[in-house]
Design a protein around this ligand. Structure first.
Ligand code: FES
Length: 104
């Protein structure tokens, strides 16, 4: 299904290890989903893809996230991030996703 065809759909974002889940609208950023789950998430650049503090590890559902744009890919490379890591300010959801951080 094309990304635009999912407008009006919802997706579940699960945060481990707490297991806290939120149901968010299609195309919600992971950072907004985490805030809706009332969990803290580091960030200092307000989504300008400069700090990398919003980095999360995707435990399941990576295919339900928007692909990495060049700026996210570049910053994750600078941070030596693993292949399962994404910047929560960049990644937007279209299906069930499970994520974690080092400090939850
Ligand atoms: S909030 Fe700074 S890179 Fe995501």
């Amino acid at each position: 299904m094309a990304w635009d065809e999912l407008k009006g759909a919802t997706a579940t974002v699960r945060c481990e290890p707490s297991g806290r889940e939120v149901v968010v609208a299609h195309d919600t950023s992971l950072v907004d989903a985490v805030h809706q789950a009332c969990l803290p998430l580091g960030q200092s650049c307000n989504g300008f893809v400069l700090c990398g503090f919003c980095r999360v590890r995707v435990l399941a559902g990576a295919a339900s996230l928007t692909p990495q744009a060049a700026e996210e890919h570049r910053l994750l490379g600078t941070l030596h991030a693993g292949p399962d890591e994404r910047l929560a300010c960049c990644a937007r959801v279209a299906g069930p996703v499970t994520i974690t951080t080092d400090y939850w």
